[in-house]
Ligand binder design. Structure first.
Ligand code: NAD
Length: 313
């Protein structure tokens, strides 16, 4: 099949939730790679990017979403691709039903409006939570991949599961449509890395098997998904290649999940969330790690400094 996006040059992409943590990195990355970006959010970005058009939209209102993906006077008269990130990003921030209503209605509205506007290139934020987070039940095997049925354990995650199910059917209705769900791990940026590594409190990071993704690598994954020539529905785990820990991953796995089947060897501090499918089908290779954060900003993570102070040198 041919690509729905033969070239990003001069193509216009709408990014919902573009004012948020991941969205700001996505907007910056896409604008830097030749996309004309329209940012759809209920609030403006605290970090606006030159040349990016902001339109205030409430994603829970289908009429607003349909118009925003079609035509906005004095701004634009068509949209070529959609990146849908606008959602409440974790359980517990608002009551369950409020979160579910906001996120699932928003996704339906974006998917349906894209269809009505004949936009056939849709990438959206799914979530690692579908893998079974917070793993009160053991994972089925390690490292985890996309090969087992999703295990939502919260209203937030249930919403993400329904997003993926909706996408399956939207792509069944239109065989030319591309819908890629990116199951992002816990999104981090430079402001978060002072707290790394987490070896003194590993129990705070077992919930997602010690994984994370740098927002800039999340943005890279979005761009590669947008520019890929896949057609139909696909879901990809998007995680950093390493963990949030200094302790070797095999040691952690033996400590916390001793009875779980090992499907592949993990070396050093390799992640227990495999992004191999994204590497193989999208060409996604993460470029950022908390381990090089200190070199980049001329600092060391606090915990690492404390560890050194504790050493009997
Ligand atoms: N942060 C993470 O660790 C993480 C992990 C996996 C997946 N995700 C997903 O990635 C996406 C982005 O997450 P984030 O961390 O950038 O969140 P964020 O809260 O920083 O940004 C979300 C943005 O969506 C907007 N939004 C939410 N509901 C809206 C509505 N009804 N109408 C208009 N705008 C609305 C908010 O105003 C906000 O700017 C979300 O879909 C989230 O579920 C996040």
């Amino acid at each position: 099949m041919t690509s729905p996006t033969p070239s990003p040059t001069a193509l216009r992409v709408a990014v919902t939730g573009g004012s948020g943590k991941l969205g700001r990195a996505v907007v910056r990355d896409l604008a830097a790679h030749g996309w004309e970006v329209v940012l759809l959010d209920r609030v403006p970005s605290p970090d606006p990017v030159e040349g990016v058009t902001f339109v205030q939209v409430d994603l829970s209102d289908y009429g607003q979403v349909l118009q925003a993906l079609t035509h906005v006077d004095d701004r634009y008269d068509s949209i070529d691709a959609v990146v849908h990130l606008g959602a409440i990003p974790a359980p517990g921030l608002v009551p369950n039903a409020t979160l579910f209503h906001n996120n699932v209605t928003g996704s339906y509205n974006v998917f349906a409006a894209a269809r009505a506007a004949h936009v056939r290139n849709v990438v959206w934020a799914s979530s690692e939570t579908l893998l079974g987070i917070p793993f009160d039940l053991d994972p089925p095997y390690l490292p985890l991949d996309e090969e087992y049925a999703v295990r939502p354990e919260s209203s937030y995650s249930l919403g993400k599961a329904l997003d993926e199910e909706m996408a399956r059917h939207f792509t069944r209705w239109d065989r030319q449509l591309k819908m890629i769900g990116l199951r992002f791990s816990n999104v981090m940026d430079d402001g978060d890395y002072e707290d790394f590594p987490w070896d003194e409190t590993p129990e705070k990071k077992t919930f997602n098997l010690f994984s994370y993704i740098d927002a800039r690598d999340g943005a890279q994954a979005v761009r590669r998904a947008l520019e890929s020539d896949l057609v139909g529905y696909e879901a990809f785990i998007i995680a950093a290649t390493d963990t949030v820990m200094a302790t070797p991953t095999a040691v952690l796995a033996d400590q916390f999940w001793p009875d779980v089947e090992r499907r592949a060897a993990v070396e050093g501090t390799d992640s227990l969330l495999s992004s191999d499918k994204a590497r193989d089908l999208l060409g996604f290779v993460p470029e950022y790690s908390w381990r090089t954060w200190g070199d980049r900003v001329g600092k060391q993570p606090e915990a690492a400094v404390a560890d050194e102070d504790d050493l009997d040198l």
